[in-house]
Design a protein around this ligand. Structure first.
Ligand code: AMP
Ligand code: ZN
Ligand code: FE
Ligand code: FE
Length: 275
């Protein structure tokens, strides 16, 4: 049984449920633990009173980085969410996202779509502003019918309102997470197009691979399982849950079992108390 789902988004980034709602949902699903891993923020975790129940909550993050023009997402687990350097860096990323949103709104304006930064910030709530929030504002205003259409017509890579995001390098994200006492995992390696990028990230000193992931095929799972063993990396998994509407990424759809979680805890303990 996959009792631990270690890849979960909330309203602190682009998820639809608040951290408290996600925790309720996880209990309802019978999970033993989850990691909240919002994009480039720990604000959801900081806002949360520790759940005084049987559900294990792991403080996580998913930092979106760029390496050789490819998306590389780095997960961090068991991080100190009050670490000053981490918070400072995340604040900078948040600011850069806001500036980018303004540029996207300007492009959309040129294309005849009127959106306000104010509304987009409202949709984003406390978290960093991203294209998903802009897409939702576009739907709200009736400019597009679906979220997919917003990306395919305007916001996606190569589309007229596409603006690339300010990104860290994977090694910066790894070092930031480690300095905050966390362990680092390469998210959904099956979505990384180039095998050499995965090898580079392993050489950068990543601690684990997200082997179990809804979009991974059985062949992917076997390949990354063997790669993890060969490279002495910890194996993790998670659903990339963003809310109840996407069926493929339902909470608990992917994760790790009790035994794998125990190994992760063991490694986290070592990394938190080096030497
Ligand atoms: P951002 O961080 O603002 O660049 O937005 C990235 C998020 O937008 C991703 O996490 C996805 O949820 C969503 N996204 C990116 N590309 C697409 C796409 N082609 N179709 C639908 N959603 C997308
Ligand atoms: Zn997301
Ligand atoms: Fe990701
Ligand atoms: Fe994710």
């Amino acid at each position: 049984m996959n009792n631990y789902d270690l890849h979960v988004h909330t309203t602190a980034s682009d998820g639809l449920l608040s951290p408290a709602e996600v925790i309720l949902h996880a209990r309802h699903c019978g999970l033993r633990g989850i990691a909240i891993t919002d994009h480039d923020t720990v604000s959801g975790l900081r806002s949360l009173a520790r759940p005084g129940d049987e559900l294990q909550l792991i403080s996580g993050i998913e930092i979106n980085t760029d390496y050789q023009n490819q998306e590389v997402h780095i997960l961090g687990y068991f991080i100190d969410v009050e670490n000053p350097e981490l918070l400072q860096r995340l604040e900078k990323i948040k600011q850069a996202r806001l500036e980018r949103a303004v540029k996207i709104i300007d492009r959309l304006q040129e294309l005849g779509l009127q959106l306000t930064l104010e509304r987009i910030r409202q949709i984003a709530g406390a978290g960093p502003v991203g294209r998903p929030h802009i897409a939702r504002a576009m739907i709200e205003q009736g400019y597009v019918d679906t979220y997919q259409a917003a990306f395919e017509t305007y916001l996606g890579r190569g589309c007229p309102a596409y603006i690339p995001r300010y990104r860290l390098l994977p090694q910066e994200a790894i070092s930031l997470i480690k300095k905050a006492g966390g362990i680092t995992v390469l998210a959904h390696p099956g979505l990384v197009q180039d095998q050499t990028v995965i090898e580079s990230v392993i050489r950068m000193g990543i601690d684990g691979l997200e082997v179990f992931y809804p979009e991974h095929t059985q062949a992917d799972i076997e390949q990354f399982w063997h790669l993890a063993r060969k490279s002495k990396l910890v194996v993790t998994g998670g659903s990339d849950f963003h809310g109840t509407e996407k069926t493929r990424n339902q909470l608990g759809r992917a994760g790790i079992n009790d035994q794998q979680f125990a190994i992760l805890l063991d490694i986290a303990g070592i990394s938190r108390h080096p030497g």
